[in-house]
Design a protein around this ligand. Structure first.
Ligand code: 16G
Length: 167
């Protein structure tokens, strides 16, 4: 993305999300009770995750240090309405640099039209820049390519093939 992803978002930022009823912040344990997993299930299958499983995964992610799970909360109803994760890959290349990956971006479908997708993606992209990532990468469905293009993400011709092996 551009060196200043914030320039794509003149009206909103993490510090000033534009609405006093919402907050952008790191995931908390208490978000289990604020619909975080139900929100993720709008993105893909989550399975039936117990509180214990959630707690254990939260602890593992926190102690490993490479996970920045970021959420938007609607404070009026104590519900998580948006989420995106920055994961960090340690590298030898680029002078022992780190690469960021944008993962699990989801906004509650009843909150369309409020630019919350843009808010959460710009926030996490700025975070990647702030923690020293030399690049930030993502995989997405075809219909979202335009959206990510507007936020500074580009397909790199000859170098943009996402490939998966499913287990
Ligand atoms: C999308 C997500 C990815 C997520 C995957 C889940 C973004 C930018 N990409 O590719 O992070 O893990 O969907 O789909 O949010 P799956 O269940 O088919 O792996």
């Amino acid at each position: 993305f551009s060196r200043s992803p914030a320039k794509f978002s003149p009206k909103i930022s993490a510090a000033n999300p534009g609405e006093d009823w919402m907050v952008v912040r790191p995931l908390q344990r208490a978000d289990f009770d604020k619909g975080f997993l139900q929100l993720l299930s709008q993105l893909t299958s989550t399975g039936n995750i117990t509180r214990k499983q959630f707690d254990e995964r939260f602890t593992q992610m926190k102690s490993s240090g490479g996970y920045y799970v970021t959420v938007i909360e609607d404070k009026r109803i104590s519900k998580i309405i948006g989420a995106a994760t920055l994961t960090i890959e340690q590298k030898f290349i680029h002078n022992c640099s780190v690469r960021g990956r944008l993962e699990d971006v989801v906004v509650n479908d009843t909150y369309r039209g409020k630019q919350l997708g843009k808010l959460i993606v710009v926030t996490v992209s700025l975070l990647a820049q702030a923690v020293g990532c030399y690049k930030m990468s993502l995989d997405c469905k075809d219909h979202l390519i335009k959206f990510y293009n507007t936020l500074g993400y580009k397909c790199e011709p000859g170098n943009s093939n996402a490939m998966n092996m499913r287990f």
